[in-house]
Design a protein around this ligand. Structure first.
Ligand code: E4P
Length: 215
């Protein structure tokens, strides 16, 4: 499973990139709004830093509007992936983008049927939202298992991005259940690297080293 970062914050992207683990970036309108920057300019900056897929979401709600916006976004850089919401209009737009060889990430996926439809419309990626399903008492991870099995059974090559990740266990379980990618907020990426026994181990090594070298 590959790691994407789920943010529009440049410092977080730089920091995650410097770890050598970053395969891509996902943004959404809420994440961009939080930054208070020009959307296209920020995308230009991100695509210069990261060579992997950078998802940029359309705002229009009708297919024609999504297609127009998506074409503009795709023109920013070759690694832009147009993020399209999972609606009937979105499916029409995904089909058009697929025919134009523009990559798409179908977002706000909450059921297996939505994922199947998106894949058949030609989506490059589907993004099931784990955390938001958990929030309403469903099991987001079960959806990853189901989509993963369905795509395997039917030889579908659309990649599954585990999204709305809230904690490290979401990451491990998404990998076990067959997600190709997890898009992860920076605070959770940092948590993945931490273990109290690692910290204790470093402290002990350093103490022992100091005691030896000073005696
Ligand atoms: C993914 O592409 C979405 O931007 C994101 O994972 C949504 O996460 P949230 O539910 O924490 O807002």
């Amino acid at each position: 499973m590959k790691f994407f970062i789920d943010t529009a914050n440049l410092e977080e992207i730089k920091e995650a990139h410097s770890l050598g683990i970053l395969a891509g970036v996902t943004t959404n309108p809420s994440l961009v709004a939080k930054e208070g920057v020009d959307f296209h300019e920020r995308l230009r900056e991100i695509t210069k830093l990261v060579s992997g897929s950078v998802s940029a979401e359309v705002i229009a709600e009708d297919a024609a509007g999504m297609i127009e916006e998506g074409k503009e976004l795709a023109a920013i850089a070759p690694n832009i992936t147009v993020k399209v919401p999972m609606t009937l209009e979105g499916l029409k737009a995904v089909r058009t983008f697929s025919d134009l060889n523009i990559k798409t990430n179908v977002t706000l996926i909450f059921s297996a049927n939505q994922a199947l439809l998106a894949a058949r419309a030609g989506a490059t990626y589907v993004s099931p939202f784990l955390g938001r399903l958990d929030d309403i008492g469903h099991d987001g991870l079960d959806l990853i298992t189901t989509i993963s099995e369905l795509f395997y059974l039917h030889n579908i090559d659309t990649e599954i991005i585990a999204a709305s990740i809230r904690h490290p266990q979401h990451v491990t379980e998404s990998a076990l259940r067959g997600a190709h990618i997890a898009t992860i907020p920076f605070n959770v990426i940092k948590q993945l690297a931490k273990h109290p026994l690692t910290d204790q181990g470093i402290e002990k090594f350093l103490t022992d080293w100091k005691n030896t070298t000073t005696s």
